[in-house]
Design a protein around this ligand. Sequence first.
Ligand code: NAD
Length: 335
Amino acid sequence: MRVACFSTKNWVRDSFEKANEDGAHDITFLEAGLDGTTVSLSNGHRAVCVFVNDVVDAEVLQGLADRGVTCIALRCAGFNNVDVQKAYELGITVVRVPAYSPHAVAEHALGMMLALNRRYHRAFNRIREQNFSLEGLLGFDVHGKTIGVIGTGKIGRVFCELIRGFGCRILAHDKYPDGELEEAGVEYVAVQSLYEESDIISLHCPLTHETHHMINEAAIGSMKDAVMILNTSRGALIDTGAVIDGLKSGRIGYLGLDVYEEEEDLFFEDLSDQVIQDDTFVRLQTFPNVLITAHQAFFTREAINNIAQVTLGNLTEVEAGEDPSNLVSPDMVAS
Ligand code: NAD
């Protein structure tokens, strides 16, 4: 199939070329992201391949349909950036990669938890300046603490399995409790109880209308003092203004972000020569107890190879007229 692959980076090209060694698909690699201004780059292609920050709203979908595009192949799990209902109405098939490595993301969340607690990021900088003082680096034992996990699907489940090794109490909140996790000692509770009782809260649920800004002023107000919040899911689960207030008051003691609600204009690009215009993001960078990574939780060798293979497999199924194994349908979009 002729595919226009938007937001291409070197690692995308390398992994897709490797997965497409048999030449099954004719892929045009484009550096540009997909949005209303770049939709015309899809001319002559039957499918577009997009990533987390490409804009696939109703207007872009109409532009794609007008150009004969009949398939959107997401090379990620989340599909919050796609107007799935509109795609369905236009007869455009949307496919995704539901699981490429839950371990990659769960391990990254765990890494952020340890780095924030023991302040590895600060220690690294100090040692380079021959400052061997321990002042300000005091951590806590994770053992014996209560960790709250919101969303225990593929990633949240692995995260629970990893943190079980610390000997902590694990609280979880999910619409669909996982029986095996329950048997292993994970306690499912209402989200409010999780907020009130957890020392560390890690977010692993998708971004939906329901979860948008779930970490807001009221939620933060009910959390323990100096709570640690980790977000490796989607930026808009968190109301950034509310967490900045929480950090300033000390209510939030640690914040680990791999995602940010306005990340589209920042992440995945080298902006080191530019003046960042997003004052909210710049304010976040000023806190010593905030650790930010630029949507890299998924970024392992295993994960990117799986992404390329599954995406091309999805395109092969669509081209063959088969029912796609990894279809995204309107009923998957929670209201
Ligand atoms: P999944 O679908 O397997 O699991 C999501 C879980 O969240 C499900 O169990 C679901 O029931 C639960 N859920 C839905 N609504 C909820 C709510 N209101 N409250 C509590 N739980 C709720 O998804 P996954 O593969 O585990 O991925 C989770 C999220 O991680 C994705 O949606 C994506 O946004 C994010 N993600 C981030 C990266 C990264 O690189 N940072 C990579 C992959 C995925």
